[in-house]
Design a protein around this ligand. Structure first.
Ligand code: ATP
Ligand code: MG
Length: 434
């Protein structure tokens, strides 16, 4: 048997410390915001039959052709660890008869898996928050999702320096005409394109616009624009999306070459991008996928959605310092083991009232006090011999310096007094003794 400790899988992360706090902050904020917009929570399987993804995302995409974690299970079925949420949610919509809830607004978060080259902001197991509106064909659904994304970024304190890039891919007819023009344009310069894009040219020419290869980028600027091919209906649809955004105060920038990597998009396509994350600058992306349900054998069902990388959002949150600075209500320090029962009683009493409490039970007293300070405790509650004899505790405000003796009955009051004093200090309102 080997005695060597196995290493983690390349491209996975063990998230701890400040990064884990920022990650949790993103998820908690998303939960608050999705409730504001009345999206219902769903929990989805981490794996699906491979065809769920190959049929809906499209065989010619990078995700399906190169990035999926697919394997045969013991029963001989081909399964795939989900590389995105949308396909699985669409499958669930059809297999559970969720049509009865349409228009259905759902939200979820969790891990996704893609075999990519790991680098900053790009992992093989990563996490997304995700929001979808299924069974809604009107531009108001697109507007609502975009307003929600905009508010999420504001609540996270990272909206400065993140820009909404917006495009339309038109309806089926507009998209086909545009596609034909793109093929003609790129065919003329075919031998100067990257190998990948030469291949995309026949199968999926829109994807050339999405290429990160500088050889392709050189030609993207002058490529035919969707605007020249939009049907009146598609123009009208896009106009309603942009006027909705303007009404709700969402700033946006038109990005005429923006396409989404996945095949099923129609009409609205968008990304929220930043230059603060290097090459991995897209934090949130999505659009309308009216063609998806049919590719899974369902009735035509219009839908729109977005997903955002939690790790990328968490990096911005950490940089902006907008996650709550570490702080908690009370550190309870019994001088020795005899003080533990009183410590446990005091802790339960405070926690029942929703105060965050940690008991520092071991180590030298001074060391414990400094750990409490470093951890950001507001109060230190000290239980020594005197206190044990009387049943009182000593309460020290670690920020204001006040020290008092109180009975357990008075502890909750002492706690709220200290919280009020802290609130006054935080808000910069001068106090009498200042
Ligand atoms: P990219 O162009 O960066 O590869 P994408 O178009 O493949 O992104 P989507 O499939 O639209 O990304 O996923 C939405 C979001 O999920 C991205 O904007 C990003 O924040 C995040 N994301 C995608 N792939 C990864 C990954 N491998 N690691 C970390 N986050 C990711
Ligand atoms: Mg990708």
């Amino acid at each position: 048997m080997s005695t060597k400790t196995p290493q983690a899988i390349r491209g996975t992360q063990d998230i701890f410390g400040a990064e884990a706090e920022a990650f949790a902050h993103v998820v908690e904020t998303f939960e608050r915001v999705r409730k504001l917009y009345r999206f219902r929570r769903v929990e989805m399987p981490v794996f699906e039959k491979t065809e769920v993804f190959s049929r809906s995302i499209g065989e010619t995409t990078d995700v399906v052709s190169k990035e999926m974690y697919s394997f045969e299970d013991r029963g001989g079925d081909s399964l795939t660890l989900r590389p995105e949420f949308t396909a699985g949610i669409a499958r669930a919509f059809l297999t559970n008869g969720w049509q009865q809830h349409a228009p259905l607004k759902v939200a979820t978060h969790g891990p996704l898996f893609r075999y990519e080259r790991p680098q900053k902001g790009r992992y093989r197991q990563f996490h997304q928050i995700d929001a979808e509106i299924i069974g809604a064909g009107e531009p108001q659904a697109d507007v609502e999702l975009l307003v929600m994304a905009d508010q999420l970024l504001k609540e996270l304190g990272i909206s400065d320096g993140v820009t909404l890039m917006l495009n339309t891919l038109g309806d089926g007819e507009s998209r086909e005409a545009w596609r034909a023009a793109l093929v003609e344009y790129f065919r003329a310069v075919k031998d100067q394109l990257s190998e990948d894009s030469q291949e995309r040219l026949e199968k999926n020419p829109l994807r050339i616009l999405d290429s990160k290869d500088p050889r392709d980028k050189a030609f993207v600027g002058d490529a035919p624009k969707i605007d020249d091919f939009l049907s009146t209906e598609a123009q009208d649809f896009f106009g309603k999306v942009t006027s909705g955004l303007d009404a709700a105060g969402v700033e946006w920038t038109r990005a005429p070459s923006l396409v989404r990597g996945l095949d099923y998009y129609r009409h609205t396509a968008f990304e929220f991008v930043t230059d603060r994350l290097g090459a991995q600058g897209t934090v949130l992306g999505g659009g309308r996928y009216d063609g998806l349900m049919e590719s899974l054998g369902g009735a035509p069902t219009p839908a729109v959605g977005w997903a955002a990388g939690i790790e990328r959002l968490a990096m911005l949150v950490a940089d902006a310092g907008t996650a709550q600075a570490a702080r908690f209500d009370a550190a309870i320090i019994p001088m020795d083991e005899a003080g533990l029962p009183l410590a446990n009683r005091a802790a339960r009493l405070l926690r029942d009232q929703w105060n965050s409490v940690e008991i520092f039970a071991t180590g030298k007293f001074k060391k414990r006090l400094s750990r409490a300070n470093e951890g950001g405790a507001l109060l230190a509650i000290i239980i020594g011999e005197d206190e044990l004899a009387s049943g009182d505790v000593t309460v020290k405000d670690l920020h204001g310096g006040e020290q008092v003796r109180v009975s357990l009955d008075g502890l909750a009051d002492a706690m709220s007094q200290a919280q009020n004093a802290q609130w006054l200090r935080d808000s910069g309102i001068p106090t009498d003794d200042a």
